[in-house]
Design a protein around this ligand. Structure first.
Ligand code: SF4
Ligand SMILES: [Zn+2]
Length: 369
């Protein structure tokens, strides 16, 4: 990976900019980040070494462009054409441009842009639903060969499935915010986007937890050095074809719609956690309960034809059992009827993960009430 910063400095235009790292870093050295200047590295893609060879080569990997500014900033209008010229010249390099100003893209492209260039990936950010619903329709309508999406810092729940379903977005990255004033990121938001990516076959990366991370309703404060490793360890990233999630070809239900539907079922609504269940959950903690749920789903539901199917889930004895009945994750015919997961097949890892998510989600809600 290489970094090319043709200019430096930017203006805040979006909630995601509130704790911009360019501003933070510049402040710490007494520099004003709102002053936009061309840098000494402006022509980096053309720079050569003593032997006359280009300094940047394909071996450097992707060239992340304009990381201390925004490529489509209006202050840089007179400098941008020179950059396009360099990008056109260096076909063997791949340029990765991340922007919060996708709405300026159309007026900023070179005359010979055509349907887009193969060696350029444009990455639009969307930190919340409002930004997604404004930027993504524009993003999808533009002539771009490679599109990616970043939600980092992720500031709220995001539903982007209708955009992912276009098949035009090649990768999604989500993550929390770091730094002293970091705003919280909830694992549920990450899980939801991940599910949408799996349903649409779009690779997904959970890059970092951020400094304030909410998991099962609990707030965790993480040091900087742990934020990326923790996200990696969570196993939430997803690569179609490599992870079994790709096997899902049908639509898993939207979580909110599912819970709304369940709440209208007299039968499902009867299931409540007892005080004893709640005490058990409090004693064991959310992570242990999740492990129990994983174990139960695997042992009692995942086989092609589970033993005693229809009667394998007791009516009491463990909060996971109660949650299974309450969410219609109790047997394979309920899973088919309520969740659209076909019976008569082995459950994939992704399907099991989905069921565990539904169960633990219900438990979190029920235990809190
Ligand atoms: S657009 Fe990016 S670089 Fe510019 S202020 Fe916002 S976060 Fe910072
Ligand atoms: Zn059932």
């Amino acid at each position: 990976m290489a970094i090319w910063n043709p200019w430096h400095g930017c203006h805040k235009i979006s909630p995601g900019c509130a704790n911009c790292y360019v501003y933070r870093r510049d402040e710490s050295i007494g520099r004003d980040a709102s002053v936009v200047t061309k840098t000494g590295g402006y022509d980096l893609p053309l720079k050569k070494d003593r032997q006359g060879r280009f300094k940047l080569t394909a071996d450097d990997g992707e060239v992340f462009t304009c990381m201390t500014s925004d490529f489509f900033l209006s202050d840089a209008d007179e400098w941008r054409q020179g950059c396009w010229d360099m990008i056109r010249l260096r076909q063997e390099l791949h340029f990765h441009i991340i922007t919060k100003r996708i709405d300026r893209f159309a007026e900023c492209i070179p005359p010979d842009w055509g349907n887009g260039w193969d060696n350029v990936t444009i990455c639009s950010t969307c930190e919340d639903q409002e930004r997604a619903d404004y930027r993504l329709p524009i993003f999808l309508s533009l002539p771009i060969k490679h599109r990616e999406l970043i939600s980092e810092p992720m500031l709220g729940e995001l539903n982007i499935e209708k955009y992912l379903a276009s098949g035009l977005i090649e990768h999604v990255t989500c993550g929390g915010e770091s730094g002293d004033n970091a705003r919280p990121c909830d694992l549920r938001w990450i899980q939801e986007v991940r599910r949408e990516c799996i349903r649409c076959g779009v690779p997904f990366t959970f890059r970092q937890t951020g400094a304030v991370f909410i998991k099962a309703g609990r707030v965790y404060h993480l040091e900087r050095r742990l934020q990326i490793p923790q996200a990696r360890k969570s196993g939430y990233s997803y690569i179609p074809g490599k992870d079994s999630g790709a096997a899902i070809r049908y639509q898993l239900p939207d979580r909110a719609a599912l819970f709304a539907r369940l709440s209208r079922s007299h039968f499902r609504n009867r299931f409540r956690l007892t005080e004893k269940d709640k005490a058990y959950i409090a004693e064991k903690g959310a992570d242990t309960i999740r492990l129990h749920a994983q174990d139960i789903v695997k042992k009692r539901l995942s086989a092609e034809a589970p033993e005693n199917d229809g009667k394998q889930t007791p009516m009491r004895g463990h909060p996971v059992f109660i949650a299974q009945h309450a969410t219609a994750c109790c047997c394979r015919s309920c899973l088919e009827k309520w969740h659209g997961i076909p019976a008569g097949k082995v459950l994939t890892q992704a399907e099991q993960a989905y069921i565990v998510d539904v169960i633990t989600d219900w438990i979190t809600r029920a235990a809190g009430s």
